[in-house]
Design a protein around this ligand. Sequence first.
Ligand SMILES: [Zn+2]
Length: 47
Amino acid sequence: MVQIAWLRCPDCDGKFYVEKPQLGKDANWFCPFCKRTVKESEVNEIV
Ligand SMILES: [Zn+2]
């Protein structure tokens, strides 16, 4: 089972999750709430 990490969007404060192995690659994430692309360096991991 893949572990997940919860991220917080810097714009709308929405929480969404990504698969942990995807982290650390300086990837871009898509916020499902405000439809914004956020860079990994901008999000806050909360778990
Ligand atoms: Zn957002």
